[in-house]
Design a protein around this ligand. Sequence first.
Ligand code: HEM
Ligand code: HEM
Length: 229
Amino acid sequence: MAGMSPFTYLAHLLAVAATVLILVWSTHYRGGLALNSTNKSLIFNVHPVLMLIGIIVIGGEATMSYRSLPGSRDARKRVHLMLHGLALALGAVGIYAVFKFHDDSKIPNMYSLHSWVGLGTFCLYGIQWILGFVTFFFPGASVSARQSIIPWHAILGLFIYILAIGNAQLGFLEKLTFLQLLNKLDRYGSEALLVNFTALLVLFLGAAVVLSTVNFKANRLESQKSIAL
Ligand code: HEM
Ligand code: HEM
């Protein structure tokens, strides 16, 4: 396990905790999950659950997998590619769910900052996947082109991930504000605390994922330097 960082363990832990909390929120407090229901809020609930489990949790694991997993470079590349693909697929269903919720409830689409940054982030994630696929997997660019693209791929990938973390914060805030304005929950009640705490864990998870890659890069640069010298 070359280059396993303590931040990677922390990220796994935070990922599990955030997943548990969002499931408790959507099922225990908000009635559960469904893609088809006369109770439209169940359709909405699919959105935060799949965005969090997909883009944030599995996307984070995908990013860390390249450096933290054992095995050959080729095997780790396949895991990285497949986990990012799974994150995208779950994210697509999550976005479909919120559009369906809006259409079924006659609520307009794409009116909020969260929706604009969200759709933008999701498109960037898709483009990053396609570009990563054609550069590093199939058909694959020349070795020198790969070498110059790798730092761009890594920094843009982290940028997109950080955007997703920030946008999830906007989403939690927006949903909680809607519920508070509709007098559906107590500002200091257990549900409000649960939602804010889940958002905080998501923020810490984002930090742990980013820090675990920074650590590994430092290791890599040092080992590259020692080879060059
Ligand atoms: C990276 C993660 C996320 C992305 C990419 C994302 C993306 C989107 C998009 C594109 C919409 C617009 C749908 C439409 O106009 O019909 C939307 C709506 C919404 N999302 Fe998210 N979302 C994310 C996470 C979350 C989270 C964690 C919550 C927490 C509850 C949330 C709450 C909402 C709410 C309340 C709406 C409806 C109001 C609105 O359109 O702004 N989202 N999201
Ligand atoms: C949305 C999809 C993707 C995102 C967000 C993403 C993100 C990242 C990030 C942040 C890193 C740096 C990790 C680190 O330094 O620890 C990385 C490395 C890498 N990714 Fe991706 N990636 C995506 C898709 C892909 C795909 C489809 C491939 C194709 C196989 C790929 C190939 C690679 C390679 C080869 C590296 C290693 C670069 C190195 O040697 O340092 N990525 N990716």
